[in-house]
Ligand binder design. Sequence first.
Ligand SMILES: NC(=O)c1ccc[n+]([C@@H]2O[C@H](COP(=O)([O-])OP(=O)(O)OC[C@H]3O[C@@H](n4cnc5c(N)ncnc54)[C@H](O)[C@@H]3O)[C@@H](O)[C@H]2O)c1
Ligand SMILES: O=C(O)[C@H](O)COP(=O)(O)O
Length: 387
Amino acid sequence: MYNINCLNNIAGIGLDLFTTDYNKDASYEEADAVLVRSAKMHDMELSDRLLAIARAGAGVNNIPLDKCAEKGIVVFNTPGANANAVKEQVILAMLLASRDYIGAVDWVKANADDADIAKSTEKAKKAFAGTEILGKKLGVIGLGAIGAMVANSAAALGMQVYGYDPYLSVNAAWSINRDVKHIVNVEDIYRECDYITIHVPALDSTKGMINKAAFNMMKDGVVVINCARDILVDENAMVDALASGKVKKYVTDFPNTLSVKLENTIVLPHLGASTKEAEDNCAVMAVKELRDYIENGNIRNSVNYPACDMGVCTNTGRIAVCHKNIPSVISNITAVLGAAGVNISDMLNKSRNDYAYSLFDLDDAVNADVIKKLEEVEGVIKVRVVK
Ligand SMILES: NC(=O)c1ccc[n+]([C@@H]2O[C@H](COP(=O)([O-])OP(=O)(O)OC[C@H]3O[C@@H](n4cnc5c(N)ncnc54)[C@H](O)[C@@H]3O)[C@@H](O)[C@H]2O)c1
Ligand SMILES: O=C(O)[C@H](O)COP(=O)(O)O
């Protein structure tokens, strides 16, 4: 029986994929695997028992990835599973910024008791009028799962789309409409675009990337949309950019003590991924990843360990080893197995930065003594008998 703990609400369609071999109501302390959305895990204890954490979503800045890797806890996310939901919100954000729909709806509500509202409307509406997005230039920074969808949809709506992503994967590049202009210098986006939307991960290297220098380059009256993470935009610099009219509207999905008080800003309550479809997609993907890891030792879509997949084990046994990416670990592991008379019928070793992961399919069963010797190999972090 494996213990599963959910730190946030996870869609039932995903949880239903756990068989009776899983206890889905386990506490965090006794969990073998954890499912999480945005709950902050940085200050939480990581038990020795914990094998894996699956983030039902994209952003993993709420999880201590290095600390987990150091303890042999594999962290997964669900790339692309909520991308369409965010894309739809970005299209909404552009439209909300183009006409004052929010002010307009508020006006109608405030005048609900006006017996002459049909007539008053025709006088009042000009206060909420705006512009169209057709033909305007949209700059998309980050062309991953979400950025690529935003770029394609905006192009389909008749916008001139500029896309910037210096680390674009080949797969992502294939998915991008040929009408999207490939930008190699982000400053071209700052200088030329009427709308700018950011879709990069929250990393030390991306923190505050939309800053004072970036605002200075932008056209007067630009719209900035942030459905990625608040720390990507220097919101202190945004205060001045909004006050001067450089930024006409800021739409952010991240309320914080500063953003909620900004003028000309529409703050949404982190709603980007909150659709039934996205929640279902994320939950299903996360549970499948966890099950494949727990039952077969395979790693797909990890953010702190390498991808490593040997399918379902058809041999006598399989062991999985999380280890440091240093010399001699594999040779020392195979030496321990060889000395115990255990034949390796197949193996796979993959590395990612400082960490590595190896699967060994075995023709013979391993006993506790062999496992203990494997755990003592220098650089080995965690050894698990998968089968
Ligand atoms: N508002 C929400 O509810 C919500 C939902 C999902 C994702 N997100 C956030 O949206 C962002 C994007 O998510 P995704 O699923 O598209 O991720 P993704 O990993 O598919 O795409 C991110 C892209 O950013 C690119 N990138 C990295 N650094 C860059 C840089 N300095 N300049 C330009 N491009 C850079 C990468 O090459 C990658 O293509 C993340 O920050 C994620 O946390 C928010
Ligand atoms: O990174 C993500 O996937 C989003 O920010 C969604 O977060 P949520 O799952 O808490 O809605």
